[in-house]
Design a protein around this ligand. Structure first.
Ligand code: AVJ
Length: 320
């Protein structure tokens, strides 16, 4: 068998139908909102990579520190022969896991909505590890997955703190669908950003160089290009606020003055009052008790908990 297989479980036009539905629904309700997944076209993914190198944006470095220190323990605890990575993107931090799991590792199953991210990452990996089976899945992992029949035990990794971009009800559904993928002996490795002082959190989402502002406004460029919109990013301000009750950061786009955005392909005119905001992202921050409870509610048991030296970010290992 060839060491690389790619399975598409997304219709090629699924993304555009979903974008239409999300924009129509999100911009005709009050308060307005857009799902964060639409940030990530080629430009948005580039901006996100840039964010991960900003001095204010600590989560990527903190998670890399944990993986570098703990990958051997993770490998020993799981003995995984298949590594599944949800939202794998460029698979950069996964190298620590793959290196620690080899030579017992048979298969790497990266799952992402972006086919180009998957093939690029797979090529790089296969060049280094020609014996490894790479079975890439183009899929929306929030919708439940059929995994290939590669050998167990399986380790399912969901890194980067991306679970924080789901709302609490979505997290429950997501964790249950992960639980449903696991057999006895399999495990979940989950990355979560942690609650900390407001100034550190807000700075991470409102950096001095304005990269996060450009990333936030990129969703307008996506709407303009994909749906024939006429939104002008200069009409909107980037806003990042900490919600201390819900313990999450919200990113919003705030209309600098009253205006209307026309979206040709939706036959839609979206009015904005001066100061009106669109919520574009929630990024929840966690505590150990909350992670344990959410895992338990999905039938998963928190087995190990690791943080970086400064206690900013956590990796959880959970078993079915
Ligand atoms: C996708 C979870 C890594 O919520 O921190 C970065 C995306 N948004 N800056 C996050 C993001 C604004 C990010 N993750």
């Amino acid at each position: 068998m060839s060491p690389f297989q790619l399975t598409r479980t997304l219709a090629p036009d699924a993304a555009s139908a979903d974008l239409r539905a999300d924009v129509l629904h999100g911009l005709t309700r009050s308060p307005k909102e857009l799902p964060p997944k639409w940030f990530y076209d080629a430009r948005g993914s580039e901006l996100f990579e840039e964010i991960t190198r900003l001095p204010e944006y600590y989560p990527t470095r903190a998670e890399r520190e944990i993986l570098a220190a703990r990958a051997p323990e993770i490998a020993a605890a799981t003995g995984a022969r298949t590594l599944v990575e949800l939202g794998s993107g460029s698979s950069e931090k996964t190298r620590f896991l793959i290196d620690a799991l080899l030579p017992g590792l048979d298969a790497y199953v990266p799952v992402d909505v972006s086919e180009s991210a998957l093939t690029g990452a797979a090529e790089a990996l296969l060049a280094e590890h020609p014996g490894l089976q790479v079975h890439a899945l183009v899929a929306d992992f929030t919708r439940g997955l059929a995994l290939p029949g590669t050998p167990g035990p399986r380790l399912v990794a969901f890194l980067g703190g991306t679970i924080g971009n789901l709302l609490p009800a979505e997290r429950r559904t997501f964790l249950r669908s992960v639980r449903a993928m696991l057999s006895p002996g399999d495990a979940l490795l989950l990355g979560t950003d942690l609650v900390k002082d407001e100034a550190t959190l807000v700075a991470a989402y409102d950096d001095a160089a304005g990269v996060t502002a450009a990333f936030n406004k990129n969703v307008l460029a996506v709407i303009d290009r994909e749906l024939g919109g006429d939104a002008d990013p200069r009409d909107f301000a980037h806003v990042a606020v900490w919600d201390p009750e819900r313990e999450w950061i919200e990113m919003r786009l705030r209309a600098r003055h009253a205006l209307a955005v026309k979206i040709r392909d939706l036959d839609l005119v979206v009015p904005f009052e001066e100061g009106e905001e669109v919520r574009t992202e929630v990024s929840a921050k966690f505590r150990q008790e909350g992670v344990r409870d959410e895992l338990a509610a999905a039938g998963l048991e928190l087995a190990r908990w690791w943080t970086d030296e400064k206690g900013r970010f956590a990796l959880s290992l959970a078993t079915a």
